[in-house]
Write a protein that binds this ligand. Structure first.
Ligand code: AMP
Length: 281
């Protein structure tokens, strides 16, 4: 079993020990309810560094009013068991341990990109994400941190934060892990009934349809993706569009080269996101 660290003092003792042995640290921040997508990041961290640290913290700052903070799955015992043999330590602090002074006086803000797409649907979400990730980076003192491509806008903003603020942790991005049916693994998938799980496949199907239409240009690719949602009206589309990988701006109609299809949709009360590469020419 990995060592369970619940206080910042425990974490400091652990990082000091790794440093004293000249061991590099690979870090994977999570909110727990771990699935194979998370475990793939932990394996990658293990390949990239000597010691592997996973954080499990359901960060209240990144949840809006009316979101699922209260019911977000918390499965620490199962998470520790899943990490057996994969992670050396798990940092699982309480909210009080992370935010002992209550509401923060100081935060990281995401800028314009953080107000688009997920940021438009979830105001303040990315400020909450960047603030906790910056704090966790300061605590973990990691050489490398691994994030999932599944959360494309999050990865974009974290990479920007690390560059903008000269944070000395290298960011590694790992591919999205999917079920055999194509559904991107997500802790929120456990909210879905069997019937809703079938409907949730609309997201990955739309991305595949856009990828297949990419040779006909951006407008055709977006139209192909949205058409998949038109055929499934019980799935409530948030957005389906193509963005440029280096700016996260929506691509122009005549754009060529690699783009990323990004999608958010609601199945019942569960909001899901996904993304995939689309080559335009
Ligand atoms: P979360 O616990 O959902 O905040 O996610 C923690 C990390 O796991 C983030 O870097 C996510 O992008 C990543 N992640 C979540 N789902 C997947 C997946 N299906 N494949 C790869 N990485 C994932």
């Amino acid at each position: 079993m990995p060592a369970l660290l619940t206080t910042i003092a425990d974490l400091h003792a652990w990082t000091d020990e790794q440093r004293s042995r000249d061991e590099t640290i690979g870090f994977v921040p999570t909110m727990g309810a771990l699935h194979d997508g998370h475990l793939s990041l932990v394996r990658r961290a293990g390949e990239l560094a000597d010691a592997t640290l996973v954080s499990i913290f359901v960060n209240p700052l990144q949840f809006g009013a009316g979101e699922d903070l209260g019911k977000y799955p918390r499965t620490l015992d199962a998470d520790l068991a899943a990490l057996d043999g994969l992670a050396d330590a798990v940092f699982a602090p309480s909210v009080d341990e992370m935010y002992p002074d209550g509401p923060l006086e100081t935060r990281v803000t995401a800028g314009e990109v953080g107000t688009w797409f997920e940021g438009a649907a979830r105001p303040g979400h990315f400020d909450g994400v960047l603030t906790v990730v910056a704090k966790l980076f300061n605590l973990a003192q990691a050489d490398v941190a691994v994030f999932g491509q599944k959360d494309a806008q999050q990865v974009f903003l974290i990479e920007r934060m690390v560059r903008d603020l000269s944070i000395p942790t290298r960011i590694e991005v790992a591919p999205t892990v999917r079920g055999a049916d194509g559904l991107a693994l997500s802790s929120r998938n456990r909210y879905l009934s069997d019937e809703q799980r079938d409907l949730a496949l609309t997201l990955s199907r739309a991305i595949r349809a856009a990828a297949e239409a990419g040779s006909q240009g951006a407008e055709a690719a977006v139209a192909a993706g949205r058409a998949v949602f038109d055929a499934e009206p019980t799935v409530e589309l948030g957005y389906f569009t193509l963005v440029a990988p280096n700016t996260f701006r929506e691509v122009a109609p005549g754009a060529t080269g690699p783009a990323r299809a990004i999608v958010a949709a609601r199945v019942g009360t569960t909001r899901l996101i996904d993304n995939g590469l689309v080559t335009l020419n």
